[in-house]
Design a protein around this ligand. Structure first.
Ligand SMILES: C[S@@+](CC[C@H](N)C(=O)[O-])C[C@H]1O[C@@H](n2cnc3c(N)ncnc32)[C@H](O)[C@@H]1O
Length: 424
């Protein structure tokens, strides 16, 4: 289904639920049939009954989550469940909004983090006493409240356990008594925090010591492998040895299946393409891709979506060599340009001369030093697709200021990053 069809389904569902004027606050990368909206002080978690696909991954459906939250009612640090509703196409759970910022977006010091852990421990014990274990304490699900407190949100992995079972699960991450799986615990929170505080080099060093930096194996090819398959194999070797994914780590940015072989990497291209390739109609468009890495996007838009032309730009010469090999294996030829977006030369004019209809800037703003300069450049164009590392509110505001009027959250990626479609 392309994005417009999803939008039609969602518009109909919002109308049915009487939520036409609610604003979208999150949507799921893996499951476009799930979203959260906000109106005034109420958050609505919505599921398109016929289209949601990840229900089986959750311990609770919306009705179950409502019941769990009702069991916790009155506990400070747990959202108040207001209403559960099932209509013809859409199920909804209404929650009183807690004002605060997810721990994943907050830049806090070690002392404050310790305070957060202590406050969180109180919430865990209180819900444990009511026989509930949250089971998914990732940084996205911890809110630092404006009033100074801490709240646990998103109870779709929660289940009922004894107090002992809930405490063992929450603090030690151990699933006990055949209950629902513990996905994230206190331990995962501490690990995430340390990762964010340490420099990439230190993290890579620790990974190395723990044996987690192992080279991902690129498959051997049969003797009669096609020339295209050999090109892709070489492209992956180059990508692994470049610093364009995780500097210092031998890993390609994408994993990719080609002619029956699996090439390993950090992010499955299939899932990414399923979303990116359907955001809009690319037919006849000229596309500029900044920080293109292996340029799978530019090449796929030319090959599969009838884009008219693509210019793929990256700072890293080795990754561009890799990108050219992939493009030739796919039988397309984007233009390539090695360019440092922080260089003092006037690359803005050079890139504008390509006259793009649409610009992609996915996970590149976080790499450049002069962010304001890149944002000003993006503001020159009429259509932008952007993936950033900040919250949807911060990123949207950024591009509203740059002159975009119609800004839509397309999805939240598997790395909890917003993808925005911005138009003027
Ligand atoms: C994390 S990858 C993102 C790949 C792709 N845009 C995506 O999200 O699927 C970031 C890319 O930006 C490139 N990059 C980093 N700093 C850059 C700079 N100053 N100028 C141009 N490209 C840069 C890196 O080489 C890398 O390929």
């Amino acid at each position: 289904m392309i994005e417009d069809e999803w939008e039609r389904l969602w518009n109909a569902a919002l109308k049915e639920a009487g939520l036409e004027n609610a604003s979208l606050i999150s949507s799921s990368y893996q499951d476009p049939g799930r979203r959260a909206y906000q109106r005034e002080d109420i958050i609505y978690k919505l599921v398109l009954s016929e289209h949601a696909i990840t229900g089986w991954k959750r311990a609770q459906d919306l009705r179950g989550e409502f019941d769990v939250l009702k069991d916790c009612s009155g506990i400070s640090g747990v959202p108040e469940a207001l209403e559960w509703n099932k209509r013809a196409t859409v199920e909804s759970l209404a929650l009183r909004r807690l004002r605060g910022e997810p721990l994943s977006c907050a830049d806090i010091g070690t002392l404050r983090f310790i305070m957060v852990l202590l406050r969180l421990a109180l919430v865990i014990v209180r819900i444990g006493k009511r026989g509930i274990s949250h089971n998914d304490m990732c940084a996205d699900n911890i809110l630092l409240l404006e009033c100074g407190g801490v709240a646990l949100i998103d109870f779709d992995q929660a289940d009922r356990k004894s107090l002992a079972g809930a405490l063992i699960g929450s603090f030690l991450g151990i699933t006990s008594g055949g209950g629902a799986k513990v996905h994230n615990s206190y331990g995962s929170l501490i690990k995430d925090f340390m990762k964010r505080k340490l420099s990439p080099d230190t993290v890579n060093f620790i990974k190395g010591v723990m044996g987690k930096n192992k080279l991902q194996r690129i498959p051997e090819l049969p003797k009669d492998a096609s020339a295209q398959l050999k090109s892709v194999q070489w492209a992956w070797k180059l990508a692994q040895s470049s610093d364009a994914s995780s500097p210092g780590v031998q890993v390609a940015y994408y994993s990719y299946d080609f002619q029956g072989s699996h090439f390993p990497g950090e992010r499955p291209w299939k899932d990414r393409w399923q979303v990116l390739g359907n955001i809009t109609d690319f037919n006849g468009k000229r596309v500029l891709e900044l920080g293109c890495n292996m340029a799978l996007l530019s090449s796929s838009l030319l090959k599969e979506k009838k884009a008219k032309a693509a210019l793929a730009v990256d700072i890293d010469g080795k990754i561009l060599e890799s990108a050219k090999l992939v493009a030739s294996a796919l039988g397309v030829m984007p233009k390539f340009r090695q360019q440092d977006l922080d260089s003092p030369e006037d690359w803005e004019t050079e890139l504008s001369n390509f006259k793009p209809d649409l610009v992609f800037a996915l996970n590149v703003l976080n790499w450049v030093k002069d962010k304001d300069r890149l944002i000003r450049f993006l503001g020159r164009f009429n259509e932008l697709i952007f993936e950033g590392h900040d919250s949807v509110e911060i990123e949207s505001e950024r591009f509203r200021k740059a002159g975009f009027k119609d800004i839509r959250l397309v999805t939240t990626t598997e790395r909890s990053r917003p993808v925005l479609h911005c138009r003027k």
